[in-house]
Design a protein around this ligand. Structure first.
Ligand SMILES: [Fe+2]
Ligand SMILES: [Fe+2]
Length: 148
């Protein structure tokens, strides 16, 4: 796949400033784009790669959210879970030969992504940048006990 085709679904507006996340988002959009244009015979393989990617993408973001007390973790994770459930459902249908449903999923994910990136991922990206740029340090305090 050439660089031009690889970047077909990507816009620089999607850059959130946290490199590892931007890289994952570029890969996500590449796969979403590929799923719309590959020949029918490749749909299931690309869908499989998209499912693997999404598992990794969402697990990585969940791990970043867990590295501290990131606010609004639950609704972000809930949204990932709903998307993952849709991908799994479509995988089952596509495995039975319904390629059109996989193409519809790709378009739906393309529509879903900008809003998710703006409202959820951007907050996480900013938070991660702040942490790595030496924002508030993490302090581990020893728990006080009543025992002396
Ligand atoms: Fe993301
Ligand atoms: Fe996310």
């Amino acid at each position: 796949m050439g660089r031009e085709q690889e970047d077909a679904g990507w816009e620089d507006d999607f850059l959130l400033g946290f490199g590892p996340m931007d890289e994952i988002h570029r890969e996500f959009l590449d796969l979403v784009q590929a799923l719309q244009v590959v020949p029918d015979g490749e749909v299931n393989a690309v869908l499989g790669r998209l499912a693997d990617h999404a598992e990794h993408h969402f697990a990585e973001e969940a791990a970043w959210m867990s590295t501290g007390d990131f606010p609004a973790r639950d609704c972000h994770v809930d949204e990932h879970d709903r998307v993952m459930a849709s991908i799994r459902e479509v995988q089952q249908l596509a495995a039975k030969g319904d390629r059109a449903v996989a193409r519809r999923l790709a378009r739906a994910l393309e529509d879903w992504f900008p809003g998710h990136a703006t409202y959820m991922d951007s907050a996480l990206a900013q938070w991660m940048v702040k942490r790595s740029a030496g924002g508030a340090p993490i302090v581990f305090k020893r728990k006080k006990t009543d025992q002396s």
